[in-house]
Write a protein that binds this ligand. Sequence first.
Ligand code: AMP
Length: 286
Amino acid sequence: MEIITTVKNMQTLSGKLHKNRYIGFVPTMGFLHRGHLSLVDRARSMSDIVVVSIFVNPKQFGPSEDIKTYPRDFEHDRRLLEEVECDILFYPDVGDFYPQGYSTNVEVEGFDTTLCGARRHGHMRGVATVCMKLFNIVRPQLAVFGEKDYQQVIMIKKMVSDTNLDIEIVTSPTVREDDGLAVSSRNIYLNNRERKDAAVLYQALLFGKKLIEEGENDAYKVVKAIQNMIEKKTTARIEYIEVVDSQNLKLVERIEGPVLLALAVYFGRTRLIDSIVVIPERFQRR
Ligand code: AMP
């Protein structure tokens, strides 16, 4: 695996490769786990060259969110990527990526009114900006994103379509622990009690899904049922539980088609997100 640490060197290499190789790209913030590796596998199966980036993007952290404590372990990440036969690891530093005087941001309108976009001010813009820059530097024909960050992948698809980028965006399913908890770099911050409690998130989402499948179409009732389950089983602090249209992420009152059940919940100081798409049978095409 080749490790590239400057924007210039990455651009020179991808400029050459892009001409006759199909480049599959997986952007990450590192501290890699099985979820990230599933995206690498997916990219591998669909392209000639796999590029993974590790970059903890300061622009997607709010002023009250501490980027300094975001977990990092470069050696561990490097080893894992060697094992899954990643071809190129792009590992730029912040000063090179956003040099002094950097002033351009990418904003995909309408993503700051629901889900994480409504709570983490500037987060979605930070994600769009870093992805646009990474796409220009790595020049992939394909990029793989996890369904775990559902809002992010919908926004990136919109950005790619609106700006005519010639990149196929592929979505890969959420990898979970045995008890259903979505694998996440942030799980490392959970103490034993919190880790056990956190399993409630997926259970509660599945409960919401079941209600919808049994005919419930009042989004408020579904949200309440999910909330009750989390509050009954844990002392976690709920940031949001929302039912949104799974295509445009607009809040839904009556469930009349495919929806996303999504939540963000704090266990102690650790904020976890999870979501599932529900396509009630009565709306499935036969
Ligand atoms: P991050 O390093 O958290 O920015 O995530 C990098 C990519 O990995 C994003 O596309 C995430 O959606 C994806 N990802 C993170 N956790 C998981 C997971 N448990 N299963 C699948 N993909 C994931």
